[in-house]
Design a protein around this ligand. Structure first.
Ligand code: CDT
Length: 315
């Protein structure tokens, strides 16, 4: 049996602070058209794909912060993307900053949506692992204020059954820093997810531990490949890349097979589309063998070890 879905990873090059949503949406549409021409059923964009990575700046006024957020999706500036996806009959994953009101309270999330080929919202995810810091730290060459501007996501890591062609599959989403955490993939894997979609914005410079700067590309692929293999799922990791407002962002967007192998990777730090025909049935090579959870996982034992604080003997 073969359940193939052709996926496009639509890496973006830098977005300038002054670029309007309309300009960016034009770039997204161009990549979407290329994806369709290359046979894609689904196209995956990066995290915060509509603007520059604004958490690199400290803004005093909340009004100014809020200008980076979408109050509705689709909205006046993003409707064209949804219209084009419907016209082309192609699904997409998009990361964006979400401003919403719940119970009279304004809330801010780092969010992604999965949209079906008929324009329907299949699912939403709100980023759980928010990296960086809360206060302005002037010693840094640039800020990483995700902890200030966003609340922790409140939707968990949901799994969605979806059909982007004649085949049905189970899809999950995550955003950037989530991809470094094994829990992200395991929570998705335990729900049977067959393909995880993950957008990212990763500076090459890590201010607290600059001696790790040269490891950014390695750690990116290490995390994506381990997550894919240990949970028997396809993983699509998509960057916003290149030198954005003086900040060097990692590229190397890639598509990883359930075996952990990278089967396609971007070779530029610009707008670039890579595509792959992903057979969701290949997940079974792993899920029914080395990582057959039902047969080999030992959750009761893990629980016992955590409860008894393991085998470490007190001094
Ligand atoms: N966007 C995002 O989550 N970036 C982080 C940078 C960590 S450094 C504060 C990442 O994990 O790639």
């Amino acid at each position: 049996m073969s359940r193939k879905i052709i996926v496009g990873a639509a890496q973006l090059g830098p977005i300038a602070r002054s670029d309007s949503r309309r300009v960016v949406v034009g770039r997204l549409i161009e990549l979407m058209r290329e994806a369709k021409a290359r046979g894609c059923d689904l196209v995956v964009y990066p995290e915060l794909a509509l603007t520059t990575f604004f958490p690199r700046w400290y803004f005093e006024a909340q009004d100014e912060v809020d200008t980076w957020f979408e109050r509705e999706l689709p909205g006046p500036d993003t409707q064209a993307l949804f219209d084009e996806a419907l016209r082309l009959s192609i699904g997409f994953y998009l990361g964006y900053a979400e401003l919403t009101e719940q119970g009279g309270r304004v809330r801010h999330f780092n969010t992604s949506v999965l949209v079906g080929k008929r324009g329907e919202l299949i699912g939403k995810y709100r980023k759980i692992h928010l990296p960086g810091h809360t206060e302005n730290e002037a010693w840094r060459p640039f800020q990483h204020l995700e902890k200030r501007y966003f609340e922790r996501g409140d939707l968990g890591f949901p799994a969605f059954q979806a059909k982007f062609n004649e085949h049905q599959g189970i899809f999950g989403m995550a955003l950037c820093n989530d991809r470094r955490w094994p829990e992200t993939y395991r929570v998705l894997g335990l729900q049977g997810v067959e393909m995880a979609l993950i957008g990212y914005n990763t500076p090459l410079h890590y201010a607290q531990v600059p001696e790790h700067d040269h490891l950014q590309a390695f750690h990116n692929h290490l995390s994506l490949q381990a997550g894919a293999y240990q949970n028997g799922m396809w993983v699509v990791g998509v960057a916003k890349a290149g030198i954005e407002e003086g900040c060097d962002l990692l590229g190397q967007s890639c598509i990883v097979a359930p075996t952990g192998e990278i089967v396609s990777m971007c070779s530029t730090v610009e707008d670039e589309l890579i595509t792959e025909s992903c057979n969701l049935d290949r997940c079974r090579e792993i899920k029914e063998n080395v990582f057959n959870f039902e047969l080999h996982r030992e959750p009761d034992t893990y629980r016992l070890i955590v409860e008894t604080k393991g085998a470490i003997k007190p001094l």
